[in-house]
Design a protein around this ligand. Structure first.
Ligand code: ADP
Ligand code: F6P
Length: 320
């Protein structure tokens, strides 16, 4: 293997640059040239592909976002788009493709492997932590730290005014970020799509906490479980609380990666090069225990990552 390419696709996440840097330098250490594809599958179909040197990835490990940029492409979902992408890879003599992204991007990678015989390795990159087969994806730790920092700050002003804050966090259909940030900040309640909730019960519980002397309440809502605005209105109408709403939005996807994400991305990038050299294809790098392993994309994409019910129990028990 002499020439491989790397792309970032779908929603970006902190740690993507660290992964690209690791792929470029691990490639060079093994006598492999690494090409960067700009803007994911869209850029691939448009032939936006350039050789990356070691200098071009200098000073990137600590940067958020992705310097290769990311994109979503409807055209790549068609056979015509996929054939275009395969032509570009062949024209440029690319022998292996590394895709960093979420479920959608990994689905595209699986199609290139299964339908067109391209050697592909995926890296799980998404703040949502909804990718099956790995303990954690690149970007999750940074997003959680950002969310916890934001909630800590809101907590201070909430306490000064005896207010209830409804804080909406990202995660698409997955409640991981909401649940973990609720535990990490000592929130009074958490609402996630995986578990049915009864708003009146939550409101009653919070009323009791105020009567017992609490000076504020934090309710974390996963975006997939409902809108913070609607939930906030219910808190005001039914509970009579002075309620404020904060939708954290895309700040959760920005910022420099934590040390955990830098190391995870670096290890996965190195494993992607090792994997291609060893002849692996149609797989995703994964953190399993303390080791980086390879999981078939088939397995990754045909399963749903489940939340540990014990974590919900902890969130409930500790919110007294
Ligand atoms: P993420 O990778 O963050 O989950 P998306 O779901 O938007 O983000 O997927 C990113 C891109 O991957 C899409 O814009 C599309 O080009 C490609 N992709 C997603 N799903 C498929 C699919 N079923 N077949 C082929 N390509 C896909
Ligand atoms: O998948 C990452 C994510 O940030 C989700 O948490 C969120 O629902 C979505 O992407 C937002 O997408 P966009 O950046 O297109 O608004």
């Amino acid at each position: 293997m002499k020439k491989v390419a790397v792309m970032t696709s779908g929603g970006d996440c902190p740690g993507m640059n660290a992964a690209i840097r690791s792929i470029v330098r691990s490639g060079l250490a093994n006598g492999i040239e690494v090409y960067g594809i700009e803007q994911g599958y869209k850029g691939l179909m448009e032939g936006k592909i350039n050789l990356l040197t070691s200098r071009e990835v200098s000073n990137t490990i600590q940067r958020g976002g992705t310097f290769l940029r990311s994109a979503r492409s409807l055209e790549f979902k068609t056979e015509q788009g996929q054939s275009k992408a395969v032509d570009i890879l062949e024209k440029n003599g690319i022998e292996g493709l590394i895709v960093i992204g979420g479920d959608g991007s990994l689905t595209g990678a699986k199609i290139l492997h299964e339908n067109y015989g391209i050697n592909v390795i995926g890296l799980p990159g998404s703040i949502d932590n909804d990718i099956y087969g790995t303990n954690i994806s690149i970007g999750v730790d940074t997003a959680l730290n950002t969310i916890a920092h934001a909630i800590d700050m809101i907590n201070e002003t909430a306490s000064s005014h005896d207010r209830t804050f409804i804080i909406e966090v990202m995660g698409r259909n997955c409640g991981y970020l909401a649940l973990m940030s609720a535990i990490a900040t000592g929130a009074e309640a958490v609402i996630i799509p995986e578990i049915k909730y009864n708003l009146e019960k939550i409101i009653d519980k919070i009323k009791i906490r105020y009567e017992e002397g609490k000076s504020r309440s934090i309710v974390v809502v996963a975006e997939g479980a409902g809108s913070a605005t609607d939930i906030g209105k219910a808190f005001q109408l039914i509970g009579g609380f002075e309620t404020r709403i904060t939708v954290l939005g895309h700040l959760q996807r920005g910022g420099g990666p934590t040390v955990f994400d830098r190391i995870l991305a670096t290890r996965m990038g190195s494993a992607a090069i090792d994997g291609l050299i060893a002849g692996h294809s149609g797989v995703m790098t994964a953190l399993a225990g303390r080791e980086i392993s390879y999981v078939d994309l088939d397995v990754v994409l045909s399963n749903t990552r489940q939340l540990d019910p014990k974590l919900m129990e902890i969130a409930e028990d500790l919110s007294l």
